[in-house]
Design a protein around this ligand. Structure first.
Ligand code: B3K
Ligand code: ZN
Length: 844
């Protein structure tokens, strides 16, 4: 496959002022007519007329009304064109029903829908399918469906016919079309300038009862973006459609967002608290794209983080405002370490702005999204809140309507603050997670912190250079009082010292408060000092981090030397649990342990080979020790936080349920599942029902409840996804792969549905010890199914391939087993570009 390079960018030779698309819908033979007005692009030198097009049957084409016979390949077409402006017209035939890849125009349960980002529009018609070509779209849809939707505003509609016009120029990746029998959950929002916006959430009949929460989240997002970023909505209509078959979470098409039903439909009976929070965040994310993504889009796909990093950053600010900022931050760091650090540590490591790709869909990664958001958080920390706000205003003013670059983005900050961001820009161009080591020196009344930064070299970045690292530091005195408030140190050198003087006694340094930079911190505190931070740090992130570090250290020595769980850690957490002034959600987080895969990462980082069975056993031993040590407080923690009031998915109630459920998990270790059975039986919401079920499975008495659950929910696809996933997640390591294999024989295992496929295999991969079973059966099962899925849906297959990315860190036997599976997949006679690129990169 061809490799595309950032450095090869050149603008398209033509400008598109407007395009009109006419769809005559038919499941197997949809006809698409396009009428596109081209004119030479004064900013371009190359006038090659190339239109992207894949899987299209060209019926006819003309230029200025005269039929033409273009040169057609499997990638697109070329044609001789006039020197001046001209009208291109073509008609193609496509097969939505046969489109199982879920990219372009496809069908899901009898409904038509589209997914065009990144390069799916070329499967709909011939067009310059690149984000820097922006045009005004008019869309005409003919088809026997009660609901016919596209972007923008409706301009005409009659039975079986609708016409839409989007006044805002946009790239083709933001085009959308939906047709089917759908019900609208309607509402309105009035913008700060008095524009009344109609809002609709379109769902399949039967799902009407799951719309209210998503609608409220949309209205909250619209209001928040006005208040915090001064961004108003710019059309009279905003539609969201829920679809069951979707490759990812959701898509920000202009005025017509399309959502995986799992990312929008919610009800207390069918959705967990975590589902509610995720839905609120995704609705906000897609809505926020209207300004960061749509009004200002990307010049090319290398700039993906321009819209994704910024929009993730914005949605995390929104969630922090709607819920608890501390809890959100800790959750984000757990996620970053679990997914992005793992990516950076393995063969798929790439910079936030990659410099080459074969299949862009493979770069919608934790690095581009989550590390991309961290980079923006650092920028804000360095320039300060006021300068950030001024810079953002300038960004919107200067680049509205543009297809912009990271250079444009940084220039706005340079012009606002007078700073030179040349060095800061390395965060966008260098792969790898920096290691930040700190050495303390105490003399007279002065504490000196000497930091050394080191980014491990990778294939993507063989010679990393020093980065600008904002390091938030505060000092805690010996009796737990804060003796220096948070100060942001700006590190720019490979090694650099900072001093704090006038101190009465040697303090404990609380470093990297709020996780002020995405680095691995090496700070050699002793257990007493860490326990002091766990008890007294005023920074909620670092307080949690102190507990997490004690847990990690203890687990690592349990794994290495078979030591007993650390008492200081258990005592420290117990004190936190007893502190009723602390938010229940925060206390629930304090009860968590580093994931098994995080422990594997830590071992690998230390130059050791992780053994999944030992990691699993140590984690189990630690949990058993927690159950014993916390025995006296668990019943009250459980009872006091088991919410009995009417269900609300807000931060307060879900925090309590999270704490009660964390307590239940430990209680189950000693009561054999009695309490879990009671909770399962009494639950009137999915959060409690599902945790009851999970604990019953852990206590080895889940079979009756699993049957009952299945009977109760067999007609609800989203709940059944949980039923499939939970059995794998909660299986013994010995059985996880067998449980997954057995589930694939279940009549409801519809493997072409990405949610269902991920429910089983995403769960298997998350089950560290189960997936890495020494027999290799986990690897083999996944490989079998990836081989089966690839011809049907390359995108979902390729995403799942990242399960194998950490192979180089395991022992020789496992390495041999994994690489054999990778080679078996690579040897398939026809393999998608998506999977070929992923596996070739992983195999290196
Ligand atoms: N922009 C889309 C992701 C598209 C993924 C294409 N493979 C959703 C989002 O990030 O908001
Ligand atoms: Zn996004």
């Amino acid at each position: 496959p061809e490799t595309i390079y950032l450095s090869d960018y050149s603008p398209f030779g033509f400008v598109v002022d407007e395009v009109t698309l006419t769809f005559d819908l038919h499941p197997e033979n949809t006809r698409v007519k396009s009428r596109t007005a081209f004119r030479p692009n004064p900013a371009a030198t190359d006038r090659t007329f190339f239109l992207h097009g894949e899987n299209l049957k060209l019926i006819n084409a003309s230029i200025d009304g005269t039929p033409v016979a273009p040169d057609v390949s499997d990638k697109g077409l070329t044609c001789d064109v006039p020197d001046g402006p001209f009208i291109w017209e073509s008609e193609v035939e496509i097969d939505p029903q046969g489109n199982t890849a879920l990219e372009g125009l496809y069908m899901s349960n009898g409904m038509y829908c589209t997914q065009c980002e990144a390069e799916g529009f070329r499967k709909i018609t011939y067009y310059p399918d690149r984000p820097d070509v922006m045009s005004v779209f008019t869309v005409i849809i003919n088809g026997p469906h009660p609901v016919l939707l596209s972007n923008g505003n409706p301009v005409a509609s009659s039975e079986g016919h609708a016409e839409w016009h989007d006044p805002w120029p946009k790239p083709a990746y933001l085009f959308a079309l939906v047709a089917g029998e759908l019900i609208a959950h309607a509402d309105t929002f009035t913008t700060a300038s008095g524009r009344k916006v109609d809002l609709n959430l379109y769902v399949r009949p039967g799902d009407e009862g799951k719309c209210a929460f998503g609608m409220q989240a949309l209205k909250d997002s619209m209001k928040w973006d006005e208040e915090v970023y001064g961004r108003k909505y710019d059309l009279d209509l905003f539609n969201i459609v829920a679809v069951d078959d979707f490759n990812m979470g959701a898509m920000e098409n202009k005025g017509l967002n399309i959502f995986n039903s799992s990312a929008v439909l919610a009800s207390p009976e069918t959705s967990t608290d975590m589902n509610f929070e995720r839905i609120e965040a995704i609705i906000a994310h897609e809505y926020f794209h209207n300004w960061t993504g749509n009004r200002i889009t990307c010049r090319d796909w290398f700039q993906l983080c321009l819209k994704e990093g910024l929009t993730v950053y914005r949605d995390s600010q929104f969630t922090s405002d709607m819920r608890s900022a501390a809890v959100k931050r800790i959750g984000d760091v757990i996620d970053l370490r679990g997914r992005q650090f793992a990516e950076d540590q393995g063969p798929l490591a790439h910079p936030v702005r990659p410099e080459s790709f074969q299949e862009i869909n493979n770069f919608y990664t934790a690095t581009v999204y989550e590390k991309g958001a961290e980079v923006i958080g650092m920028l804000k920390r360095l320039v300060g809140d006021d300068a950030y706000a001024t810079a953002l205003d300038l960004y919107f003013e200067r680049h509205d309507g543009d297809a912009a670059t990271i250079e444009d983005w940084l220039k706005v900050f340079e012009d606002t603050t007078g700073r030179d961001l040349t060095q800061f820009k390395r965060w966008y161009s260098q792969a790898g997670t920096p290691r930040l080591k700190v050495i303390e020196d105490w003399a007279d009344d002065t504490l000196t912190l000497t930091f050394t930064q080191h980014t491990p070299p990778s294939a993507a970045t063989p010679e990393p250079q020093p980065l600008v690292i904002p390091i938030s530091v505060g000092l805690i005195g010996p009796i737990g009082d804060e003796v220096a408030e948070t100060r942001v140190l700006e590190m720019t050198e490979a090694s650099q010292s900072f001093t704090f003087d006038g101190l009465a006694a040697r303090p404990v340094a609380s470093i990297l408060r709020g996780f002020s930079a995405p680095v691995v911190l090496d700070h050699d505190l002793n257990d007493t000092e860490r326990a002091l931070l766990l008890a007294h740090d005023t920074d909620p992130f670092n307080r949690w981090e102190a507990g997490r570090t004690l847990a990690r250290k203890s687990l690592l020595s349990m794994i290495r030397e078979g030591t007993a769980p650390d008492r200081a850690y258990l005592d420290g957490i117990l004190a936190v649990l007893r502190d009723e002034t602390l938010d229940p959600a925060y206390r629930a987080l304090m009860m968590g342990l580093p994931s098994q895969s995080d422990l594997a990462t830590a071992l690998h980082d230390a130059g050791e080979v992780p053994e999944p069975d030992l990691i699993y056993a140590a984690t189990e031993t630690m949990r058993a020790a927690m159950a014993r040590r916390f025995r006296d407080v668990l019943p009250a923690l459980y009872a006091d936080n088991l919410v009995t009031a009417e269900y609300r998915p807000d931060a307060e109630q879900s925090g309590k349920r999270a704490l009660a459920n964390s307590a239940l998990a430990l209680i189950t270790r000693t009561d054999g599942g009695v309490q879990a059975q009671a909770q399962y039986g009494a639950a009137d919401n999915m959060t409690q029902q599902l945790s009851g079920l999970a604990n019953l499975i852990r206590a080895d008495r889940g079979s009756a409840a699993l049957k009952a659950f299945e009977a109760q929910w067999k007609n609800d696809r989203l709940v059944m996804d949980k039923w499939f996933g939970l059995q794998v997640i909660e299986a013994d390591p010995e059985d996880a792969a067998d449980v997954a294999a057995a589930l694939t024989d279940h009549p409801d295992f519809n493997w072409k549905n990405p949610n269902r496929f991920r429910a089983v295999f995403g769960s298997l991969v998350m089950h560290h010890a189960g997936f890495h079973h020494h027999s290799g059966k986990g690897y083999q099962l996944l490989a079998d199914w990836l081989i089966k899925l690839d011809p049907v849906n390359p995108q979902t297959t390729a995403r799942m391939c990242s399960a194998f990315q950490s192979w180089p860190r395991y022992d020789d036997d496992r390495k041999a087993l994994i690489t054999a599976e990778l080679d078996r997949i690579l040897a398939q006679p026809t393999l998608s570009r998506d999977v070929t690129e992923m596996l070739t990169r992983i195999r290196k």
